[in-house]
Design a protein around this ligand. Structure first.
Ligand SMILES: [Zn+2]
Length: 87
């Protein structure tokens, strides 16, 4: 799986529509790709925080914002060009 493929899947991941086989691919890719790890960690935290307060159903506005934030985050983490990503 390439970074772009993971990014494409990430929207479905956020929506909770990713099957377990894909999750395995996620883990595999992230094990060797720090920027992706950072982004996915970030998204997971966001989802967890949201789930804490309400039943798990993301409003579409929230989802769109999350997708946008995720792309932004993606640019930031992948723009460093091989440098170690600072927290
Ligand atoms: Zn990656």
């Amino acid at each position: 799986m390439k970074c772009e493929e993971l990014l494409a899947m990430l929207n479905e991941y956020v929506d909770g529509a990713v099957d377990p086989a894909i999750c395995v691919e996620f883990e595999k890719h992230m094990a060797g790709c720090n920027p992706c790890q950072v982004v996915v960690d970030n998204i997971r935290q966001t989802i967890t925080l949201y789930r804490d307060g309400t039943p798990y159903e993301l409003p579409s506005a929230f989802r769109l914002r999350l997708h946008a934030a995720l792309r932004q985050r993606w640019k930031e983490t992948h723009a460093t060009g091989g440098k170690t990503a600072a927290p």
